[in-house]
Design a protein around this ligand. Structure first.
Ligand code: ZN
Length: 540
């Protein structure tokens, strides 16, 4: 039992904006009152629901591939966080499992969504998610280049495609469906990409990215998944991709959808020399279409490594930068590319990207529909979120930073014209309440009675001037996991899994097909739910 007293509570989901009130906790949940137990004096602190990351890459084969390709990053020490368990972990750009749990909790985040899991490596991903302490997790299974699903969409077999998608989600023990560069990763097997929504996908007769997007969005809606189709649009990173993104949003009319890392999809211009921000165009359309949510995928200057299922894009990035390149094929399902990358403020393209992420967060008027992410580690590492929060909350600081950009870049962005400053409650929305709602996790992102007792307390005016860098206390499931900047206990997180409704008879269709085209036996393919410790299964 625990009572938090005297703190200023920001709980936007319950309409509470900086009110001093007690938060009472028993059996891992928020309750209306408690008698006895520990009491934490939160006077002078602000009290937030624990952070929720809707789009990050923290576990699975792609991360290990990235670590293997960038041994130079592995020398970096962890930021200063003590752990009572003293298990070895590496920090830096792609922190290993233990470090990931410590770093997220050490920043006040208590739930994360791993955004890209192939079914073929789902077993490994779940092992790593389980090994990531403290935080709760969910994961999304990659679907927009799965050849069994694509064949059914091309054949117009919508009903069977829905049964297969339902079966695949459950086979992967996933929480939702991710679509990456629909058709483009399948085309990459022939060295091609899918750059237009209406172009036929290489290797198919009539299938287009538009049909894949529309088909999957409908299936996800019909399966009633708690989180809508989570879409990484075609043409990521390319100048002029604003037209593809607008077209994709139009295709999604009538369906729920979440657009991942929108920063990478809001560029104008015809080539790299003329690239400019189209954040205003994207935000205008987005503001008027309430069926959509998005996350920023904001970029910060510095070293990182890019990791994505978007294999063809990674080849382009490698050609542009000359950096190391790794490509991986995941048979019949997806691909993966790894390229280390350095974002420099002196580079025109990077300067525009930096501005676009912030512009989108400032121009999208409803904080309940745009969430704080960096597409970790693609735009920047997740542990740099406090830097973005500062840029959103402090217009003077932001304008100082804009002055450091090349003059040519400043002509191609609108950031200097934006005076909006995020309030504390808006930060609580984009970092917790909003993503929890978009994920359909009703027990997360708020501090009302019945919510999971995930609570973060920050100094209202820290010495460094940077809010959210070091929370004073982090409570996870009612347990004090961070206190005075130290990890105090290593709680075990849960894994949220969805069991969609599907007809088991679909196995009779899948089994012979699978035995013909996969190198793995059909019986070894699905992850057994008993193997996932801490599984929290929601049957639909
Ligand atoms: Zn991503």
């Amino acid at each position: 039992m625990l009572r938090i007293t005297g703190g200023k509570v920001h709980d936007p989901a319950n309409g509470i904006d900086g009110v001093v009130k007690d938060i009472c906790i028993a059996d891992g949940r928020v309750v209306s009152t408690v008698e006895g137990g520990r009491s934490i004096d939160a006077t002078g602190l602000i009290v937030f629901p624990g952070g929720v990351d809707i789009h990050t890459h923290v576990a699975g084969a792609a991360l290990n591939f990235a670590r293997g390709l960038t041994p130079e990053n592995m020398r970096r020490a962890l930021p200063f966080i003590h752990s009572p368990e003293r298990r070895a972990g590496l920090g830096g750009i792609t922190p290993t499992t233990f470090a990931t749990g410590y770093l997220y909790a050490g920043m006040g985040w208590t739930t994360v969504n791993e955004a890209a899991v192939p079914i073929l490596s789902a077993r490994h991903t779940h092992e790593e998610l389980h090994d990531t302490p403290i935080i709760d997790k969910s994961c999304l299974v990659l679907m927009a280049n799965n050849e069994i699903v694509l064949d059914l969409l091309e054949a117009g077999e919508a009903e069977r495609a829905q049964q297969v998608v339902g079966w695949l989600i459950w086979a992967a023990k996933a929480y939702g469906v991710k679509a990456v560069n629909p058709g483009g990763v399948a085309a990459w097997k022939w060295g091609k990409d899918a750059k237009t929504m209406s172009g036929v996908v290489e290797g198919y007769k009539t299938l287009t990215p538009a049909k894949i997007v529309a088909g999957l969005a409908k299936i996800v809606d019909d399966l009633k998944l708690p989180h809508p189709l989570h879409l990484h649009c075609n043409n990521l990173g390319a100048p002029g991709n604003v037209t593809t993104t607008l077209e994709t949003m139009r295709i999604l009319d009538g369906h729920r959808a979440h657009l991942a890392h929108l920063q990478f999809h809001a560029y104008g211009g015809d080539d790299w020399n003329s690239m400019r921000s189209e954040a205003a165009t994207i935000a205008e359309y987005f503001n008027a279409h309430k069926n959509l949510t998005t996350d920023a995928g904001a970029m910060l200057f510095g070293e990182t490594v890019t990791i994505t299922a978007d294999g063809p894009w990674q080849h382009v990035l490698h050609q542009l930068t000359g950096r190391k390149w790794g490509n991986m094929d995941v048979e019949n399902e997806t691909g993966c590319g790894i390229v280390p990358h350095t974002y420099k403020p002196t580079k025109l393209v990077n300067a525009v990207q930096w501005a676009v992420g912030l512009e989108l967060m400032l121009l999208i008027d409803d904080p309940w529909r745009v969430f704080l992410t960096t597409d970790h580690p693609n735009g920047a590492c997740f542990w740099r979120y406090p830097e973005i929060i500062r840029l959103l909350m402090d217009v003077e600081f932001r304008k100082e930073q804009i002055k450091l950009l090349p003059e040519e870049a400043r002509k191609r962005i609108v950031l200097a014209d934006l005076d909006r400053q995020y309030t504390l409650s808006e930060i609580a929305i984009i970092s917790s309440a909003g993503p929890a709602r978009a994920l359909g996790l009703s027990q997360k992102g708020h501090l009302g009675v019945g919510a999971d007792a995930d609570v973060t307390m920050y100094e209202a005016s820290p010495d460094s001037g940077i809010l959210f860098e070091y929370p004073r206390y982090v409570i996870k499931g009612g347990e004090v996991v961070v206190e005075e900047g130290e990890i105090r206990s290593v709680a075990r997180g849960r894994q949220f899994i969805v069991r969609p409704e599907f007809d088991e008879a679909i196995e009779a269709y899948l089994r012979p097909l699978f035995q013909k085209v996969y190198t793995m036996s059909f019986d070894n393919y699905p992850v057994e739910v008993e193997r996932i410790k801490g599984a929290d299964v929601r049957s639909l």
